[in-house]
Write a protein that binds this ligand. Sequence first.
Ligand SMILES: O=P(O)(O)OC[C@H]1O[C@H](O)[C@H](O)[C@@H](O)[C@@H]1O
Length: 539
Amino acid sequence: MNDLRQTPAWRELGVLGAEIGRARVDSMFAHDPQRAERFTLSAAGITLDYSKQRVDPAVMAALGRLAEQQRFHDARRSLFAGEAINNSEGRAAWHIALRRPNDAPLHDGVHEVRAAMAEFVDDVRRGRWLGYTGAPISDVVNIGIGGSDLGPRLVCDSLAQLRQRIHCHFVANVDPADLDDILIRMDPERTLFIVTSKSFGTAETLANAEVARQWLLDNGATEADISKHFVAVSTNKDAVREFGIERMFGFWDWVGGRFSLWSAVGISIALGLGMDVFEEMLAGAHAMDNHFETAPLEQNLPATLALVGIWNNNFLGLPTHVVVPYAQRLAALPAFLQQLEMESNGKSVTRDGAPTQVETVPTVWGSVGTNAQHAFFQMLHQGVLAADVDFVLPLSAAGSADDERERQRVANCLAQAEALMRGRDTKALVAELTAEGLSGTALEKRLAARRFDGNRPSSMLLMDRLDARTLGALLAAYEHKVFVQGVVWNINSFDQWGVELGKTMAGQLLGELEERVGAVDHDGSTDALLARIRQGWKS
Ligand SMILES: O=P(O)(O)OC[C@H]1O[C@H](O)[C@H](O)[C@@H](O)[C@@H]1O
């Protein structure tokens, strides 16, 4: 059936959504002393407390029936079996195979690449891999964008306390400022560039890599020295060779860019933090995979994250999902999840090519706590557009509990989640305003401005600690969340055709700006902008 809205499970949830829309979560807690426990799940060092969501047992059971109806179990089996679930490209999406332990049977080459990575990382970290003047490497610069950037960048930031000797830097943007600001701080004799690109055809990455190569040559290296300072991570051997890079760490077309952190794309993590840290991260992800593969739906943490998201988006009409990590080192998590969720599930046709008829991915955004409280939390508490929030709270992060700031970090996170749910008691507020001497219309006006209804849903994701294993588990949980949502919406989460058109058009416009190609028939706005830009460049 193409129209999901007409299916029994969807209709049932529609009715429940209309009913529960009027219920308050704080009174659900009052009526059910077991509520917190009932709606808390733990797996692989992650605890998900979704008891502040506007759900009850009937809703969760109906969401389970929706997943069953959409053949969740078959889809999960296909994911783990490495079947070609990316149907528009005829490929598997087999990132789970990358995090199986070394002693498990691994798919073609996974073992070999991991061993080659370990050897290379060891050489660089022990100072056996030398730059063109015989100096050991002190800095690694990953040049890549999207999936070839966001994952390793997030992990290197998150575990920065483990860094020894080698510093990792990340360049993604084609804006010269990104690479230039890093090069200015680098010593060419000691810098290793990792050009990371699944396709090895991404314009931004290749342009930055060219500039980096020229920078080395301008600073005393010869063409023969380039191989000491450049390695590549890619699936495209020929393009890497053509670019002139000898050493390449491969991966496979069955690894999607935004799911590639677990492949050699994560080599900067291993270089900066150690191969053991990289492997710990794989082990954490593998533990979450095992949980996701075997746990029944109602105890399945990633599936629950997914279904609660669907409930908020499709049945409670909350079109925006906010992620707020309460740990400075996780500041890059919202950007990582934006690609993971919105590139995967930002689709409007089903796997069979029909319009979806229902909302798919919500807008995903966020920023780090406590900073976000002083920026956009006003909207979360009192704005017209209500959002669904994931609070991500590592129990121990950078500081020790003896540090008062560390206690503030935790207290603030809990306070925001509680405030969103409870709001402000109107009677107490009236008493407060009366005590301030207000009455009549003045009191009414002030009351209206300060009113704080609450009943805004959030989930708390506790991480036992901010380490490689738990981070691996967290990211794998979000990957599986995205997968389950794609299954329910019956969309392909593993392609991204929508990004192609802009790339082609940028190629044409670049040609026009460089006066290599003739102008095509643009719209009036683009023509006028081109004229202004040309004018600006001349003056
Ligand atoms: O790794 P690359 O082939 O260079 O691709 C880098 C990124 O760009 C593409 O446009 C895709 O939208 C992303 O999914 C991908 O991660």
